[in-house]
Design a protein around this ligand. Sequence first.
Ligand code: KIV
Length: 263
Amino acid sequence: MKNINGFKKLKSEGKKISMVTCYDYWSAQIIDESDIDAVLVGDSVAMVMHGFDTTINVSVEMMVTHTSAVRRGLKKKFLITDLPFLAHKRGKERLVDSVDAIFKAGAEAIKIEGANGVLDDIKYLVTSGIPVMGHLGLTPQSVHKLGGFSVQGESNSDAQIIIDEAKRLEDSGVFALVLEMLPSEISKTITESLSIPTIGIGAGKYTSGQILVMQDMLGLIKEFNPKFLKKYFNGYGGIKLALNDYNYEVKENIFPSDKESYK
Ligand code: KIV
């Protein structure tokens, strides 16, 4: 899809929305040629590409760098970028500067985690012409408050809080809502109660769409095996095999052969 209206359209047609994360130019080119609907430059870049333990280490500058790399490869798809940890807590002017820089890098929407304490900022951005995607359930920027990366909304009272927050986010103007690590029945209730689409990750099959971190679904991260993840490719094994084949051929003087050499 090319713009925000695609989300509404797919939901109203009862069609599922597919999303992946992307952080770089070359994989953006592949995604652009695929059937995937939309792309997120997630702050998971901190963990996946930079090796940090959490997403807290992401800065606006990092998101700008990765967004502009993705945008150079992604010509045909809608691009959303995460607002980094605490970027909305430094006053409206800093918030506007951060969103401005991320948009100038090529994003077409911003994703903001949570509801409590950010609804005013979301309303302010939406009325300023910035499409905002919400994010509830496991909100990784709050990992220390939540006590880890675990399933949320398991008790009735926690589930009710998330259901209420989802409604408040919709009322604040978000165009779609990511639901992360929630029991399927809770995301079903939320999806049925909202007119905006929900995009799930570890939130079961009833959401309006799904998102996965591309490196996870390509099986590139050997030690990451949560229940919700399906690996569509043995990226880790395949890449290791190719590296070892190359190493062998270099050592055995097989590569380069005449075919790979200039006359
Ligand atoms: O940062 C990220 O990759 C995300 C998705 C997992 C939704 O927020």
